[in-house]
Write a protein that binds this ligand. Structure first.
Ligand code: ATP
Length: 320
């Protein structure tokens, strides 16, 4: 394989730039050319791409966002759009493609490989950690650390005023950001889409913590359940403690990637290109039990994310 394409798609995630760097440098190491496709699948349809040289990825390992920019492209869901994308790939002599993105982006990659025979490798780049085949996705660790920083600050002010903080975090339909940031911040309660919440039980836990000498409470609510505003409105009539909602919002998507995300980016990017170099396509890379793995793209996108109930139980036992 002499020429590959690379794109970032869907929601951006810290570590995407570090992965771009790893893909470009590994490809150059093996004597391949790399085209950086801008704005995800939209750029593929518009033939918007730039050759990526060794120095084009200098000084980006520490940067949030994505140098190639990203987009959501509805045209990719249509056969006409897909054919346009394939035309560009063929015209440019691109023999393999690396797609960095979440499950939606992987569905696009699956179409390119399965229907049109373009060898494609997916790198899981999403803060949501919503892909079952991999223990972690790129950007999740940094996003959780951003939440921790904010929750720590909220704890200070909530304790001073003896309030209850309802903190809304991202994750779409997946509760992992809420679960991990809840456990790691010492939040008393998490509310996730995977488990039906019970307001009486939450009020009981708050009252029990106050009776044992606690001066504040943190409730982390995943966006897939409801907004912080809405949850605070539901809770307030049942408690005399003032409830204050905070939506962390898009800061979760930005910022310099953590060590964990930079390490994943380096290994995912390197593995993706080594697969293409060996003539292997239609795979996704990931990490399972601390080992970098690859898996059939069709199998990976058909797996249903399983919520970690053991971690949830741990939070229930130690946060009170
Ligand atoms: P994140 O989870 O961070 O939001 P994502 O990759 O899941 O990232 P989506 O918006 O779901 O984000 O998908 C990104 C893009 O992938 C879409 O805009 C579309 O171009 C393409 N895509 C999604 N689903 C499909 C599909 N079924 N077939 C072809 N292309 C798809």
């Amino acid at each position: 394989m002499k020429r590959i394409g690379l794109l970032t798609s869907g929601g951006d995630a810290p570590g995407m730039n570090a992965a771009i760097r790893a893909v470009v440098r590994t490809a150059i190491y093996y004597g391949m050319e790399v085209y950086g496709i801008q704005r995800g699948y939209s750029g593929l349809m518009d033939d918007d791409m730039i050759p990526m040289e060794m120095r084009s990825v200098s000084n980006i390992v520490q940067c949030g966002g994505t140098k190639l920019r990203t987009a959501r492209c509805l045209e990719m869901l249509t056969v006409e759009g897909q054919k346009k994308a394939v035309d560009t790939i063929k015209r440019r002599g691109i023999e393999g493609l690396v797609v960095i993105g979440g499950d939606g982006s992987f569905r696009g990659a699956k179409v390119l490989s399965e229907t049109y025979g373009i060898p494609t490798i997916g790198i899981p780049g999403t803060i949501d950690n919503d892909l079952e085949y991999t223990d972690y996705t790129l950007g999740f660790d940094t996003a959780v650390n951003t939440c921790l920083d904010i929750i720590n600050k909220l704890r200070d002010t909530m304790t001073s005023h003896e309030r209850i903080s309802v903190v809304e975090v991202m994750g779409r339909h997946c509760g992992d950001i809420a679960l991990y940031s809840g456990i790691a911040s010492g939040a008393e309660i998490i509310v996730v889409p995977e488990i039906k919440f019970n307001l009486d039980d939450i009020v009981m836990r708050i009252n029990r913590s106050r009776a044992s000498g606690k001066h504040s409470n943190i409730i982390v609510v995943a966006e897939g359940v409801m907004s912080a505003d809405e949850f605070a409105k539901q809770l307030q009539p049942y408690t005399s403690y003032p409830v204050r909602p905070t939506c962390i919002g898009h800061v979760q998507r930005g910022g310099s990637p953590s060590m964990a995300d930079r390490m994943l980016a380096a290994q995912f990017g390197n593995k993706a290109v080594r697969l293409l170099k060996d003539g292997i396509g239609n795979r996704v890379v990931g990490i399972k039990d601390n080992k970098i793995i690859d898996m059939d793209i069709i199998e990976a996108v058909s797996m249903k994310k399983v919520f970690n109930h053991e971690l949830y139980e741990t939070l229930q036992m130690i946060s009170m």
